[in-house]
Write a new protein. Sequence first.
Length: 623
Amino acid sequence: MARKTRASLTARLCILTTGTLFVVLIGVGHLAMSEQRSALIEQKKASFDAMTRALSLSASQLAAGTDRQLRDTVASRIKNPQAELESVVVSDSQGRTVFAESKSLPKKPYSRHMGAWFVLRRIFGYPAINPEDIYSVSVPVMIRPGRAGTFTAGFTLSGAKEMLDAVQARALLGLALGLIVGIVCALVMGRSMSSALRSLIQGAKAVSVGNFTFRAVNKRPDEIGNLTEAFNCMVEGLASSQEMLVERANTDSLTGLYNHRHFQERLAAEVSRAARYGHNLSLIMIDIDFFKSFNDAHGHPMGDAVLRDLAQLIIQNIRETDVAVRYGGEEFAVILPETRAGDAAATAERIRQEVQKQPFCASEGLSASLTVSVGVAEYPSQCSDRTSLVTAADIALYQAKALGRNRVSCYDSDQPGPPQADPYKLYVLLHAHDLPTIEALAEAIDAKLKFPSGHSRTVARLASATATSLGMSERDAAAIYLAALLRDIGQIAVPDAILAKAGTLTEEEVAGVSSHPNLGHAIVQKAPHLSSVLPAILHHHEHFDGAGYPSGASGQDIPLPARIIAVADAYQSMTTSRPHRRRMSPGEARTELVEKSARQFDPKVVQAFLEVLASGQPQEQAA
C-alpha cells in the first residue's frame, strides 16, 4: 500500500531536521549581526561627521541671519521626522548661541547649553531622547570676518539603532518561532513514536512469557505502523506455530489420535472436573488380540495400516465429547466424560463388533479379520483417583483376555463377592524394581489362594536351585525365581468361591481357573523390566506330553523355566493341604513326580529337582 510522503516517518524527520537547521541559521545570523552592530554605528557616525562639515559651510550665513531661505531650509530639514539631523547650533567664541534649531524647540533659543534641550523637551511634552542616542559633531567656523565660532550639529542614532533592533527582533522572533515549532514537532513526533514503541515493548514482553494473544494497536500510516503490522503478523505466526507444536506434541504421528502424554493430562483434568461437580467418568481400554502374530505374518507396514484404520473406526463410534487416544503399541483408550460404566460398556461393545466385522488390509492384497479385548472402569464408584481408574480398566482388559479375548469386561462387574484385585497394588507391581515389593505381592496372592505364608517363596527357592543344578547361569536362575513368585498372579481374576470349593469343579469353573496363565502373562507384560519371566508364567501349566494348558505345547517346545517351575509348584502344592484334596508326605510327593515323568513333567527336570531335595539345600518352609 502506497504511503503519502508527508505522512511518512521519513518526511517527518526531514521536516524536523529542516526546522532545526533553520533555527540554527537564524541563531548564527543573529550572532553575526550583533558583532557588526558596532561597526555599523561607527560608519553612521562617520557619515554624520561628513554631513556636519558640509553644513558648517553655511555657518556664517546662519549666524548673520541674512539668508532667510537658508534658515528655513535648515529648519525644515531638522523638522523632518525622517531626518537624522536633530539640531544645529552656531555659537561664538564666547559660547554664546547666535543660531539654534532643533526638532523639538522653538526657533528662539532658550539656553546656551546643549544639556538644557532635553529638559525643555520634557517641559513641552516632547518625547524624551536618551542622551546616549545623540551624537554631536562640532566644527570650528568663522561666523564673521575676524570672529571665530563653533558649528555644532546633533544627530540622533535612534533611527539606526531602531533599524538594527528591528532586524534583530525579527531574527529573534524567527528564532523563537522556529524553536517553538521545532519543540512542538519534536514533542508531537516523540509522543507519537514513543506511544507506538511502548505498545511494541509491551507486546514483546507478553510474547516472551508465552502470551501469543497480544496484538499491538496500529493506527499509524508510517514506518512505525509498518513495524507494528509486521510485529502483529509475527505474533500470529508464533501463535500458529505454537498451536502446531502443541498439537504435534499431543498427537500420535501414526494414527492421528492423541498420545499417551495428552491422555494423562486430559484424564487428570476430567477426573478433577468429575470430582468437583459430582459427575461420573468412564474409561475404556482397547487392546488388539494377537497383534504381534499379525505383524509377524504380514509385516509392520500392514500393522501400521491396521492401527490407522482402527483409530478411525474408534472415532466413528464415539461422541464428539469423548477423547480417543493411542495409549501405546496396539492399545487404545477412550475417555468418556459424564458416562456410567453401563453406557461405556455399550459403546465398547459397539466398537468391538465393528472391529470384528471390519476386513483389515493384509499382505499381498488379502484381508484379515481382527478382534479386540476391551476393559471398562468407572469413576468414582469403582476407583478413587486417576491412577486407580487406569489400573482398574487395565484389570478389566486382562479379565477380557483371560476369558477368551474378543469381549468387553467391566471392572468387577461379572465377579461376585468383593473385588478380586487392588488396582493400586497392581500399579505398584508393574512399576516395582525391588525384590521385596514383588515378594510382598506374591505373599498377598498366596493369601488369596489360601496357601500358607511363604508358599510362593518356597516354590521360587526350589525352582531357582533346580535351575542351578541343571547348569543354568545365575542370571537365569534369578529370572526363574521372579517367575515362580509371579506364576499365579493371574488367579486374581478367579472368584474366591471357585478357589475355596471342596468338590469337583464344573467345566465353566475349570475354564476360569485355566485362564489364569494368560491373564498373568497380560498383567506382567505391562512391566518391561519383567519381560524375561513372561514365557515361564504363560506356560508353567503345560504338560510334557502336550495335555496341559493354555496352548497344549509339549516336550522341548515348553520353555525350560516353565518346566522347572511346573515341577517345583507341583511338589510344593502336593505337600500343602488344599480344599479339594489331602496333603501328601514328601515321600509320596516325590513318588508322584517320578510316576508322572515323561507325561506331565520333564524327566531331566524331575531328576535334578530330586537331587536338590536330596542335597538338603536350605529352603524356606511354608508356615
